[in-house]
Design a protein around this ligand. Structure first.
Ligand code: PGA
Length: 256
């Protein structure tokens, strides 16, 4: 089992000022929880502010994306070097980036390599679409996606994997606990094929897609689900804190 992790993906929400306040509110709300790594991923412009708000706490800051090249003529992009000292994690291959910016597994692989060189933990997202699931191709899609995304990463690297079915993101239609468990177990098996069983068992594998305080336990009680990648509910400090607390209760025996 991997380390319990709960990640807030704020997407394109909150001004810099609001982001600072939200980070402080979350920090206060989870201050009594132990054993769960909490990572907040604000938009780039708020990374510094959130980092300031979390100073001295155990909470970490992540980026929602980054470019795979070191530097150069890439208008509007942000490099790993620019994020050094500000973030510890970076979300890569989120389905919204795959859908809206044509990001492929090969690109995610390049970004993951660059993130690791910079000392960040990549959070690699994979997930099937509704039609792929209806056609019975979910397993095949996920296996291919994770294996390609991890290709090029050296053994011993630390990374997080998130299973996020596209049809469950932002829809209120979460997967069932057992659907999510099956896919997270498959992801763990794929990691074992790419690296080895030891790496697979220590990698944190998360479920994401309409996770909220009411259904978080259904996911994090599953054997192969170490936490959650939370979108909408991460914009509300109390809801997000509740998910973190549930994760502690389910996955950390000595939790408060
Ligand atoms: P959601 O988003 O929790 O709003 O469904 C999850 C995600 O996109 O990471």
């Amino acid at each position: 089992m991997g380390r319990p992790v709960v990640i807030g993906n704020w997407k394109m929400n909150a001004t810099i000022h609001q982001a600072g306040l939200l980070a402080s509110a979350i920090r206060n709300s989870v201050s009594d929880v132990n054993g769960v790594q909490v990572v907040l991923c604000p938009p780039f412009v708020s990374v510094q502010e959130v980092s300031n708000s979390l100073q001295g706490s155990g909470l970490k800051v992540g980026a929602q994306n980054m470019h795979h090249q070191e530097k150069g003529a890439f208008t509007g992009e942000v490099s790993a070097e620019m994020l050094k000292g500000l973030v510890t994690h970076v979300i890569l291959g989120h389905s919204e980036r795959r859908r809206d910016f044509n990001e492929t597994d090969d690109l995610v692989s390049l970004k993951a390599q660059m993130a690791l060189i910079a000392g960040f933990q990549p959070i690699i997202c994979v997930g099937e679409s509704l039609s792929e699931r209806q056609e019975g191709r979910a397993e095949e899609v996920i296996s291919t996606s994770i294996k390609s995304s991890l290709s090029g990463i050296g053994p011993g690297s630390d990374f997080v994997v998130a299973y996020e079915p596209v049809w469950a993101i932002g829809t209120g239609e979460a997967a069932t606990g057992s659907q999510a468990q099956d896919m997270c177990q498959l992801l763990r098996d794929c990691i074992a094929v790419v690296f080895d069983r030891e790496t697979a068992s220590r990698t944190s594998i998360l479920y994401g897609g309409s996770v909220g305080p009411d259904n978080a336990a259904e996911f994090v009680s599953m054997r192969d689900i170490d936490g959650a990648l939370v979108g909408g509910a991460s914009l509300d400090a109390e809801q997000f804190a509740s998910i973190v607390r549930t994760t502690a209760l389910e996955r950390v025996s000595s939790s408060v």
